[in-house]
Write a protein that binds this ligand. Structure first.
Ligand code: SAM
Ligand code: SF4
Length: 344
């Protein structure tokens, strides 16, 4: 059981505190496992997606998110798969934006591949979305097509511009990939900073079977940092966005660069987050298999009592941390589900 401690101030229900006294204030919700891209490090070319009947409805996604918000979650990030390809996703986002208006939620945001932003940027801004993470691993159109297996860079760049024009702050997320973008990261960073965007680099994580050998692509960020430091002055800063990135300020550009290093540095001590998949499975840790079925708890009754009980039990089992390894001896992924299932 989680230790029933302080009340979530705005609602008067018990806050979610895990066995290591970490308050759960950040929820990531994957609204679909589908995507219009097939990034090579994320998905196999032939992905089998979940049957539609297994998915939570948009109403259930709202109900579930709201239950967490009532228990003290202050930041909500929608992800996927590609969140903006879920049919009618804007109706969910508009509905969830009521929690921004009521003050229960500090932030409603998304991680997106940017392909649909030209269409949705204005409406997202109107719903109170102030920041977006856009995943972009290269600025070369051919390499972009290669890594996403089907994406069009110009569409994503136009989407980023549309978001910025709508007043949304965009952060670029780039997965650091050996023999792919390692020589380009400095240029991408300068490009982002020129446009007033922060950038974060991410280590590849061993999640899900893909078509290639991950050891061929794994690039430790320690090395990325050393190389960048040969050309730029990097100063550690305490800046935080609620996520696990550690930031530096780059003197020459005046911009910020974040490092997410699940492989080389464990960031679990300060973990404040949990993730829910589009089928309502709650994962207490990205790197562990233990999970709780919230869909069943929701569908058993109209009231939310069973749901809150299931959430309490799950948070009471949140593990201390994960233990990822990528090496030649460990061929199998640490966790068999893809990032697109758990939600990045
Ligand atoms: N489709 C959206 C996107 O690409 O931003 C949201 C979902 S995607 C799974 C979220 C993030 O996870 C992306 O930034 C992607 O690059 C990252 N990602 C996917 N698979 C990964 C892996 N195996 N290791 C590290 N990051 C991964
Ligand atoms: Fe789709 Fe995002 Fe995975 Fe790329 S990283 S395949 S865009 S879910």
């Amino acid at each position: 059981m989680s230790i029933i401690a302080p009340l979530a101030p705005a609602v008067g229900k018990p806050a979610l505190i895990d066995p290591f006294q970490r308050a759960i204030t950040y929820l990531r919700v994957s609204v679909t496992d589908r995507c219009d891209f097939r990034c090579t490090y994320c998905m196999a070319e032939d992905m089998e997606f979940l049957p539609k009947r297994d998915l939570l409805t948009l109403e259930e996604l709202d109900r579930l998110s709201t239950a967490f918000i009532e228990r003290g979650v202050r930041r909500l990030r929608l992800t996927g798969g590609e969140p903006l390809v879920r049919r009618n996703v804007m109706s969910l986002i508009r509905s969830l934006s009521r929690h921004l208006k009521s003050g229960l939620l500090d932030e409603l945001t998304l991680t997106t591949n940017g392909s649909q932003l030209q269409r949705f940027a204005g409406e997202l801004a109107d719903c109170g979305v102030r920041r977006l993470n856009v995943s972009l691993d290269t600025l070369d159109p051919d390499k972009f097509r290669f890594i996403t297996r089907r994406g069009d860079l110009s569409v994503v760049l136009a989407g980023i511009e549309a978001a910025r024009a709508a007043g949304i702050k965009v952060k670029l997320n780039a997965v650091a990939l050996k023999n792919f973008n390692e020589g380009e990261l400095a240029f991408m960073m300068a490009w982002a900073h020129e446009r007033g965007m922060d950038m974060t680099v991410i280590e590849t994580m061993p999640l899900g079977e893909i078509d290639e050998d991950r050891t061929d692509r794994y690039l430790p960020l320690d090395l990325v940092r050393i190389r960048l430091a040969e050309r730029f002055t990097l100063r550690d800063i305490p800046y935080k966005t609620g996520g696990p990135a550690r930031y530096v300020e780059v003197a020459e550009t005046g911009g910020r660069l974040g490092f997410i290093t699940p492989m080389t540095h464990n960031f679990c001590e300060s973990c404040n987050r949990v993730r829910v998949t589009c089928t309502g499975t709650l994962f207490m840790c990205l790197g562990q298999e233990d999970a709780a079925d919230l869909r069943g708890a929701m569908r058993r009754s109209e009231g939310d009592e069973a749901l809150h009980q299931a959430i309490d039990e799950a948070i009471g089992r949140k593990p201390k941390g994960h233990d990822f390894v990528i090496d030649r001896a460990t061929k199998r992924p640490a966790v068999s589900r893809h990032m697109s299932v758990t939600g990045g």
